[in-house]
Unconditional design. Sequence first.
Length: 277
Amino acid sequence: MDPDAFAALHPDEYVKAFCDAGARPDGRAIDAARPLVIERGTLPSLPSSALARLGDTLVMCAARPVLARPAAATPDAGIVDVSVQVSGTVDAALSPMQPGGGRYPPSALDWAESLSELFAKGALVDLKQLCVLPGKAAWCIRCELVVLLSDGCELDACVAAAAAALHGCPLVMPPALASACAHEAGAAGPSAASSLSLKALPVPVTTAVVFGKTLVDPSAVEAAQASGTALHVVALKPGQRAGDGAVLLLRADGPGADAAAADAALELRWGQMWGKA
């Protein structure tokens, strides 16, 4: 039988045959991740944007800062509002009727929840950095992601795209508003132009247990056969070993949270994400 036809008709047997041989359908080693490519400024009409490509998974992120009145409960803090949408093509690819679909990945709402833990609840963004005038004005950064293509590890690509778009996002007030804020605050008035700096530089890698083997960065067809998956998001510094980095998020679904298996991929991916940042 033609290999493509066999993969479509019997995806479980197809993946198992590779795992039993210690190989993978795309030729990677068990512990090898696909290259992560980040393109910043892909939407030049917006203040900040980034495109993350992970194999055939593609995610676009736009960061749009707007000034708003801060919440009464947090008068000295701004907001990062994260949303995730998927294209119609991705919706079809994740249908239970498609090979590799159904069991993985979770919904866009679940992705947005995990991203909010990182970017909207203080793990990576100092929300007080977004305050302009306590109780009167603060930056609300709308972090909008669209999953354009899907071939596994969509959340990894979302984390990478969001981090790239938010880090260095310009925060520029209109001149009239900057003048009014300066008058209101006096000599210690806010800067009319600044940029957002993340508290740490995150690196994401997913591992999955597939037919008894721990695979790093599973493709969609591999993840569909997984008995468990885990997303590891670690903060690393230049030259730091993955095992010494701070764990920012560990999202596990069944067995699969083998952090050691992801170490080499995390260190390589740091360079891909932040080596030129």
